[in-house]
Design a protein. Structure first.
Length: 141
């Protein structure tokens, strides 16, 4: 039997569908839905249900305690590995050919089959690397 879907749940899911490649905190989501009159507790409750259904993934950033949520119930998300910048929090889809090569290499060398749905690779995006180099350059000057 299908679960009853409330108006709040539909609004939240629509919001998440509009932000598929973003990792957002529950507070960010609630703030984005302020004009929709959805409470933070309703956001948490519905995020938990969506996570249980496999439509939302919870991630945390290195060194932080806050939990972020990413909507994954799209074909592009299910078929890609995700790259999460530890500095700015941006999420990227890894190029499919590169991901296939990585997964094949892991399997060939380690006999390990990587799950693309639940795998997030953490690192630093190019923009944050450039920002860090510029910051270091200015500090040395």
């Amino acid at each position: 039997m299908a679960a009853y879907v409330t108006k709040q749940r539909r609004i939240l899911q629509s919001f998440l569908e509009d932000h598929p490649d973003e990792s957002l905190s529950a507070a960010d989501i609630a703030k984005g839905l302020t004009d929709q009159s959805i409470s933070v507790s309703a956001v948490y409750r519905n995020l938990a249900a969506l996570e249980e259904e496999g439509k939302v993934r919870r991630v945390s950033r290195s060194g932080g305690r806050e939990i972020y949520y990413q909507y994954t119930d799209t074909e592009s998300c299910r078929s890609h590995l995700h790259l999460l910048c530890k500095s700015c929090g941006a999420t990227y889809h890894m190029d499919k050919a590169d991901a296939d090569q990585l997964m094949q290499s892991l399997y060939n060398h380690e006999k390990f089959a990587l799950d693309t749905v639940d795998t997030v690779l953490y690192g630093t995006c190019e923009a944050c690397q450039i920002r860090e180099r510029m910051k270091n350059k200015h500090e040395k000057a």
